[in-house]
Design a protein. Structure first.
Length: 160
């Protein structure tokens, strides 16, 4: 049974969905009408978010289970490999996936589109993927690019 919780954060209200012991969604979406639940996983997520926005790297691995296409899942898996405080470009992720698939090229734009559909912001850190010539896009948070910039600054990036 799906359960929901809403968290106030510096980038806006995040709505989380839990299903069978995993977070399946964490996004800035309209949360009006949501009936919130209290669960141990939401308690863990609350602590994780508080630590994250206090500039601390949490050691708690919150279980996630995103739903998407095979390609989206591949991209999201690559995003989860980007460590706190690091960034990778859309092109680097595309090259990693191409290499894994045994092909010569992969579209960085397709990688960006898959990232934009990431249902679990922060825990699948799409904000850590940047453009080769700048910050790139961001579809989470109340103010898009400014939210991404805020998250990257929290992780020690001041030049983006």
């Amino acid at each position: 049974m799906k359960k929901y919780a809403v968290f106030d954060t510096p980038i806006g209200k995040l709505t989380a969905e839990e299903d069978n012991g995993s977070i399946t969604k964490l996004r800035c979406v309209d949360n009006s009408g949501i009936i919130e639940s209290n669960t141990q996983l939401f308690d863990r997520l609350r602590v994780w978010l508080a630590d994250y926005f206090a500039g601390k790297k949490s050691t708690d691995n919150i279980p996630v289970k995103p739903s998407g296409t095979e390609f989206q899942l591949e991209v999201w898996d690559q995003l989860q490999q980007i460590k706190y405080g690091e960034t990778k470009t859309y092109g680097e992720i595309a090259k990693n996936i191409a290499k894994k698939r045994g092909i010569d090229k992969m579209s960085a734009q397709a990688v960006g589109q898959a990232s934009n559909r990431n249902p679990i912001a922060l825990l699948i850190p799409c904000h850590r993927m940047v453009g080769a010539d700048g910050i790139g896009g961001y579809g989470h948070g109340n103010s898009g690019i400014e939210s991404k910039r805020t998250l990257l600054k929290l992780e020690g990036h001041s030049n983006l």
